[in-house]
Write a protein that binds this ligand. Structure first.
Ligand code: PLP
Length: 419
């Protein structure tokens, strides 16, 4: 019998060897990620949030969400429903009463098409999910989606994740960041399938009026485009602007997926409730994906949303919040113009989008230096796409006293730059 091999203690792995194995493994895992996910660009605005959170005494104009807690009547209704034991899944498409409530509210506010709550409305996990579903339902590999820029960062990612190609249509301050029918026509190719619009706009605060939207509708009809219209900021409009629901324009109901939600208008970002409304064929396809992906939107959030859409006290709270955003908008926009940052008049959402061109700096250096030197966090405009160059996004759901200090700090910064 052969004597067993003498046992030798295994040589311990050195730190360098471990690091080499780890980095090799990482590289190999990265190379195995889907090409779709690798095409999604990392968010260019993340860096600013990360930097700002490491610093003290920063006034952040970077966050795109209400500075309110959900109004008490809505919050209590959600909490009460949970306490009553409503903690299970709902129907895949969302509570039927809520779907009916959405259809009713849209009809009341905007003379919307008479959506059938059963087949033409879907409750989603925010507009974020609704947008993803719309793209997944409509886009085949290589289909082109027209996206006016600058725009909310998820639009591009959602198109790419669906295998589509984003066709940028830059919009400019000189035109009030409004999209024109001529721009759309110039961008159309045989692969164009969808036009994605989002007004009031994040990041510019731009809105479009009935005539301008009717022009877009004419082109959509002429070229047989499907339109996805993200109207999440529909209630947050100021001065004399009247929001027009795109699907309510003649001939648009049958080709438009309307997206809306509770996050911004009702200060309900954390409840995660949005909705989609549109033709049954498209909504049915979105629902099919949603039922496998999500099952159903959060039940407590749906109960709160149902209450929000029907309680006059909730409506009064929305009006109060809009009035307060309106005051802060006036203060910030006037202030920015006074200190030397030219700012076009934003009539919707809660963002100002001033130009920093007078400083001679690009928007990234400006934002980084302003944060380092004066501790004010803003977002470089080009992080939201073409047309955002030379601009910064300032979100104004921030206490008035902080807006005042932010303007003083920006003023000091600009004087040092000689503006
Ligand atoms: C234009 C726009 N659409 C959609 C969303 C997503 O909202 P939610 O998923 O909370 O409904 C946001 C959030 O910032 C937004 O600005």
């Amino acid at each position: 019998m052969r004597s067993p091999e003498p046992l030798t203690a295994p040589r311990s792995t050195t730190n360098d060897e471990k690091a080499a194995v780890t980095s090799g493994l990482r590289r190999s895992l990265e190379s195995r990620l889907s090409s779709r996910v690798r095409r999604v660009p990392p968010s260019p605005i993340r860096r600013f949030f990360d930097l700002a959170t490491t610093m003290d005494d920063v006034i952040s104009l970077g966050i795109g969400e209400p500075d309110y807690v959900t109004p008490p009547p809505i919050l209590n209704a959600g909490a009460q429903s949970l306490r009553e034991g409503n903690t299970s899944y709902t129907s895949n498409a969302g509570m039927l009463e809520l779907r009916a409530g959405v259809a009713r509210k849209l009809a009341e506010l905007y003379d919307a098409p008479a959506y059938d709550a059963e087949s033409e409305v879907l409750i989603t996990v925010g507009v974020s999910e609704a947008m993803y579903l719309a793209m997944q339902a409509l886009i085949d590999e290589g289909d082109e989606v027209l996206v006016p820029q600058p725009c909310f960062v998820s639009y591009t990612a959602d198109v790419i994740l669906a295998g589509g190609t984003v066709v940028d249509i830059p919009t400019y301050a000189a035109d009030n960041f409004v999209l024109t029918s001529a721009q759309i026509e110039a961008a159309i190719t045989p692969r164009t399938k969808v036009l994605l619009i989002g007004y009031p706009c994040n990041p510019t605060g731009a809105v479009m009026n009935r005539d301008e939207l009717s022009e877009i509708a004419r082109v959509a009809r002429k070229h047989d485009l499907i339109v996805i219209s993200d109207e999440i900021y529909d209630r947050l409009v100021y001065d004399d602007h009247e929001h027009v629901m795109f699907a309510s324009l003649p001939g648009m109901a049958e080709r438009t997926v309307h997206l809306g939600g509770m996050s911004k208008d009702y200060a309900m970002t954390g409840w995660r409730i949005g909705y989609a409304a549109g033709p049954a064929e498209l909504l049915g396809a979105m629902r099919r994906i949603h039922q496998y992906l999500i099952m159903s939107a959060p039940t407590g959030g749906q109960a709160a949303a149902l209450h929000a859409l029907s309680d006059p006290a909730a409506e009064a709270a929305v009006q109060e919040m809009v009035a307060s955003y309106g005051e802060r908008r006036r203060f910030l926009v006037d202030g920015l113009n006074e200190i030397g940052l030219d700012c076009f008049e934003p009539k919707g959402a809660f963002y100002a989008f001033p130009s920093v061109r007078r400083t001679g700096m690009d928007e990234f250096s400006f934002s980084e230096q302003l944060l380092q030197e004066e501790r004010v966090a803003v977002i470089p405009g080009s992080g939201f796409g073409a047309g955002g160059e030379g601009h910064i996004r300032c979100a104004y759901p921030v206490e008035m006293s902080k807006l005042e200090v932010a303007l003083e700090r920006m003023y000091r910064f600009l004087r040092r730059l000689g503006v």
